[in-house]
Design a protein around this ligand. Sequence first.
Ligand SMILES: *[C@@H]1O[C@H](CO)[C@@H](O)[C@H](O)[C@H]1NC(C)=O
Ligand SMILES: *[C@@H]1O[C@H](CO)[C@@H](O)[C@H](O)[C@H]1NC(C)=O
Ligand SMILES: *[C@@H]1O[C@H](CO)[C@@H](O)[C@H](O)[C@H]1NC(C)=O
Length: 587
Amino acid sequence: MGYTRRHGIFLVILHLVSNTPVMASNPKPNFVLLLADDLGIGDIGCYGNDTIRTPNIDRLANDGVKLTQHITAAPMCTPSRAALITGRYPMRSGMATCGERFVLRWIGVSGGLPPNETTFASLLQKQGYSTGFIGKWHLGLNCESSNDHCHHPLNHGFDYFYGLPHTLVYECGGVNILDAHLQAQLKLLTQLMAFAVMTLVIVRYSNMLTISRNLILYSALFTVLFFITWYLKYGFTQHWNCIILRNHEIIEQPMKMERIASQMVREAQQFIERNKNAPFLLIVSFLHVHIPLVTTKAFTGKSKHGPYGDNVEELDFMVVFFVSGSVVNTINNAGLKNNTMIYFASDHGGHLEVKEGELQTGGWNGIYRGGKGMAGWEGGIRVPGIFRWPGVIPSNVEIDEPTSLMDIYPTLVYLGGGDLPKDRIIDGQNLMPLLTKQKPHSEHEFLFHYCGLHLHAVRWHQKESGAIWKAHYVTPVFFPEGAVGCYNARFCACEGDCVLHHDPPLLFELSADPSESSPLDPHVDLYKTVLNRIKMAVAEHQKTVSEVPAQLCFLNNLWRPWLQPCCGTFPLCWCDKEDSNVTEILG
Ligand SMILES: *[C@@H]1O[C@H](CO)[C@@H](O)[C@H](O)[C@H]1NC(C)=O
Ligand SMILES: *[C@@H]1O[C@H](CO)[C@@H](O)[C@H](O)[C@H]1NC(C)=O
Ligand SMILES: *[C@@H]1O[C@H](CO)[C@@H](O)[C@H](O)[C@H]1NC(C)=O
C-alpha cells in the first residue's frame, strides 16, 4: 500500500533529521523558508478550507504563529520574489512588472536581480551560514553570455542551488497537455509546407514547368518562418525554459516533471544532512501549485478539487519532510527542531483565470476579492504566512497585524547577527517583537500596493483606533462585466485601457470589510480625514523612489540565442545527468 511505503521513507528521513547532535553551543538559529507558488490563502485548512486536506501545513500553524494579514509586495512571481529576497519593493531593484511583461519571460533574457542588490542570503553567508536554494528561482540567469550566471543564486549569496532557474510554464509538462492537439497539427502543417517547397524546386529544375524563382524563394522563406514561430512557441519552450541546474551545471534539459518533486525533497534533505552542524539557511521554493499541475500517482485523483486540489495535497505532503519533528512526537527530536525557524508562505494569491474547460485550476483566495495579477485587491496579495520555532515563538497563536514578505529580510538578518545595508532603503520590518508577543502591533503603518510601476492602492494601519484602511486609486477592469478576473486574458494588466482610475479613490475599512465590498461614502468627514493621511504618506513614500534600470522591460526581457543555456549543441539542447532512481520518494 502506497501509504505504508511513504510512511517508511518518511521515518527514515525523520531519523536523519532527528538524530543530530544538540546544538546548545550554537546560538544561531537555522532557517527553513518554504515558499509555495500561486497558492491561494483559501486553499489551506488552517485558513478555512474544509475540503482540501493540508494536515501538515495546519500542524505547522498549530505549533507556531499564523499570520492572517501577510502581504506580498506584488501580485506576480518575479516582482514578489525579488521583494522577498531584497526586502525592498520590486521597483527599487528594477524588478517590477513592465507593461504586459509581467515576469521574466525566458531564461535567455538579460534581465534579472541586479548584481548590486544584496540579498539576506549574502548577509547570512557572511555570518557563517551555509545557504541553499532549492526549487524555482525566476530572478534571471545571464547578462552577456550563456553561462556568465550574473543573476544566478550562487551570485546572490547562496552556496548551493538545485532547481529551475526559470518558472514552470505549460510546456514543461511535455506535449501531452493542452496544446498537444494543436501542436501536432502545426507540426504536420510545417512538414507539408516543406514538402510543397521541395516539390516546387524539383518541378522547376527538372524543367517540367516554368515556375518563377521568386515563388520558390517566398514559399521557402514562409515555411522557414512558420517553422521558427511554431518551434519557438511549442518546441523550444520546453527545451529552453524547463531546465534544472545544480549549481552552475545543467543536469536536465528538458526537466522531467514527474520526478522533480521527489528530487527537491531529496535535495533538501541532503542539504540539511550536510549542514546540520553549522547554522544554515535553506529556501525551498516549490514548483507547486503552478500550472501545469503535474502530480505524482500517489496523489492524482485523491482530492475533492480535481488536478488543482491533488497538487495542493501533494505540496502539503512535501512539507512533511520539513516539519517532520512535529508530525511524529514519539521520535526524539531534540536536535534541529528547537533551533530551526520554519516559515511557510506563498509568493502571491491564487490565479483565478486559470481554467481547464469549466474546471477552475488556479487557486482560491477565500473571502478576499481578486487574485494573481490584480494589483491592490486583497486576493492577489494576502497569502498564508506561518512561523514555527518551538521555545521562541509561541504556538497556536494567530496575529492579524499587517506584515509583509519583505519582513523576512530584516528578521533573518537580526537573528543571524548581521547588519542591514545602510546605503539603501529596506522596506521590511523585523518581525521578532511581534512574533514573540513583545509588541502588540506590527511596525508597518503603511503598505503600498503596486502594479508594475503604478501605485494602485495603499493600506493604512491606524494605530490609535486599530482600524485598517485601504484606498484604491486604480483597479483592473474585469471581463466579462460582473466577473472578478480578466477572463479575456491570462492576467489583468496594470495600465492603459485595462484599468480604471478612481477619483475620488475607493476607500474600504478593511478591518470591518475584508472582502472590500462596500466603499465609504466620499462625502463623510471620516473619508476625508483618512484620505488626507494616506495622501501625505504617499507623498513621503514617493520621495524615496528613484529610477533604476528596468529589468522586465522590452530589451531586458527579450530572448537572445547567445544567452540561452544549452546542454548539447545549440539549438538541439538535451541532456539528463540525473540518476533515475529518485521517483520513489513520493511514489
Ligand atoms: C477550498 O479550495 C477549493 C479549491 O481551491 C475551493 O474550490 C473551495 O471553495 C475551498 N473551500 C473553502 C471553504 O474555502
Ligand atoms: C524544545 O522546546 C519545547 C517548547 O519550548 C520544550 O518543551 C522542549 O523541552 C525543548 N527541547 C529541548 C531539547 O530543548
Ligand atoms: C544598482 O545599480 C544601478 C545602476 O546600474 C543603480 O541605479 C542602483 O541604484 C544600484 N542599486 C543599489 C542598491 O546600489
